[in-house]
Each structure stands twice: as C-alpha cells, then as structure tokens.
Design a protein around this ligand. Structure first.
Ligand SMILES: [Zn+2]
Length: 307
C-alpha cells in the first residue's frame, strides 16, 4: 500500500515537473514585443507574433488563428495606447481566456509602463485621429525597450515563478548588451541631431525624439487620415520654403504619397524597417536599431540642413 502511495506521489510530482517545464505561451501583438519576449524568455517561452512588419498594426483583421493563439496564451504583450483598439478587444472577448484578461499579470501593455508622447489635450475622434490616447509607436526609443523589458521579466516571473531566476538572469544579460548597443547608436546619432524629416505617419515620433531629429511635416494630414491632394500641394510649398533632408515611411505605408513628393522635390525616401522583420537582416531588436541608424546615416546632409 505504501508502495502504491509512493509511486502515485512520484508520478504526481513528475507530472507537476513536466507542467512546470512547459514553455510559457506568449502572445505578442507586434514583432518588436515578440522579439523582446524571446530575449527575456529564451527557450522557456513559445512566442506567437500576431502581426508582421508589412502589416499596419492599427488595422488587423480578426482571424480565427489569432483567437486560437489567444486561447492558449499565458501572457499577452502589446503596445497598447490605443494601437490595437480596432482588433484586440474583440479577439480577447472571443477567446475568453481569463489568464490574459486586462488587470491580470498575464496582460501587459507597453503603454502602461511608458509615458506616451503626443497625448492630446482634447480627444476628438470625429476627425478620425487614430492616436486619441497619445502616440502608441513607443518601441522606437531604445530606452523604452529597456523599461518594457523590466516589466516583461516581472510578468514572466509572475506567471512562471519556477523559472524566476532564469528570467532575471536573461533580463540582466539583455540589459548589459542593450546598454552597450544604445551607447554606440547615441554616439553615432549625435551627428543626426536637427536632421529635418518629413514622415508619412507619426510612427517615428519616439525615434525622432530620441535622436533629436526635426519633424517638418507629415504626409498624413492627421494620424490615420490618408494624404489628400490639397495637403500634398501644401507640402510642396513647405519643402520649397525650408530645408528638408528625407521622407521617412514604414514598410507597410502605401508608397504613393512619399513617391509623389519625392518626384517633385528630389528628396530621398527612406523606408525604415520600423519593426523586426521590416528589412532584410533585421531579425531582432539589435539589428532593427542598427539598420535604422545606418539608413539615417546614409542621408546626405548638406550645410543647409545642419543646424
Ligand atoms: Zn499610429
């Protein structure tokens, strides 16, 4: 009898150990958070990225595969700040997974850790602005990545306490490597200070703020409102009346407006990767920023556009 109990106890213990060793299922809304989860979680996590670099994260179709991924998730990590308002709440409702419902350890929005830029004093959705809560494209300041990494490690420790030490070690290792890389980017970025740029969408405000670039104008009259002929004609005058070095857009933005302005002004267009997977060789957060820096460094800076 005692033997039976012992065997049962050992089997129970082993099944518990097996469960503890299962990877944590992470649902990342955007590739940058998927990459960060892999940095902090390593082999202890299985990461599902809901979107890729050629999709506009504001507008994602609610596919059944996304609901299935949410159902099995132990931890969700998304930008928040309204970026996923058009698709995530409905998917979460359909998935009905309480482990990742708002307010739980399994529900992490980067915007809850970061102070958002461009928070409007008055919200007016009637004009179609897709940034009513502020600017949600917060991952393009590497200091924000560092902050979110800390919170992500804490959440992994909360949902998988058996491997708390591993997450702490990986966080510290990531931060050491990240700080070295950021210092290099900032040294090189000093040359870019004041570089006047025109953006397609306000996807670049954190990058612009971090590097001290100067945004002259946006091709979209308001965030999320496609460029109009009248607005573009106005930009033509802007470019003729003041220095501009380059037009920046994401891989997912339609090229028409940037190309239209470039053809008439001779301005170069740079398609920056925006997120992991956004250009060849950009397969993690380090190469994302490295590639972005290289693209900006390749802009010819003349005496008229430096300070
Ligand atoms: Zn946006």
């Amino acid at each position: 009898m005692r033997y039976v109990f012992t065997v049962a106890a050992v089997l129970l213990l082993m099944s518990g150990m097996a469960r503890a060793a299962d990877p944590v299922q992470v649902f990342a809304c955007e590739p940058e958070w998927a990459a960060l989860a892999e940095e902090i979680g390593g082999e202890a996590v299985t990461v599902f990225a809901a979107t890729h670099a050629r999709q506009d994260p504001h507008y994602i179709r609610a596919r059944p595969s996304l609901i299935a991924a949410l159902r099995r998730a132990d931890l969700l990590v998304c930008s928040g700040g309204g970026l996923e308002t058009g698709w995530l709440p409905v998917l979460l409702q359909k998935a009905g997974n309480r482990a990742i419902s708002p307010g739980t350890d399994g529900y992490l929005l980067a915007a809850s850790v970061i102070e958002l830029r461009d928070v409007p004093e008055r919200v007016d959705r009637s004009q179609g602005d897709v940034h009513p809560e502020g600017n949600p494209h917060l991952h393009l300041d590497p200091h924000n990545i560092d902050q979110v990494a800390g919170e992500l490690a804490a959440r992994l420790q909360a949902v998988d306490s058996t491997r708390a030490g591993l997450y702490q070690d990986r966080l510290e290792d990531f931060r050491r490597r990240w700080q070295v890389a950021v210092a290099d980017w900032e040294t090189r970025g000093a040359r870019l200070q004041g570089l006047p740029v025109i953006v397609h969408h306000q996807a670049w405000h954190y990058l612009i703020g971090w590097l001290g670039l100067r945004e002259v104008a946006a091709l979209e009259p308001r965030p999320g409102i496609p460029p109009t002929g009248a607005h573009l004609e106005g930009l033509l005058q802007t470019v003729r009346s003041q220095p501009v070095a380059v037009i920046l857009r994401t891989p997912y933005a339609p090229p028409d407006a940037a190309d239209w302005l470039a053809e008439r002004t001779g301005l170069p267009v740079r398609v920056l990767p925006y997120t992991v997977g956004g250009a060849e060789g950009v397969d993690d957060l380090f190469t994302l920023f490295e590639h972005t820096l290289q693209q900006l460094e390749s802009v010819r800076v003349t005496e008229t556009i430096t300070n």
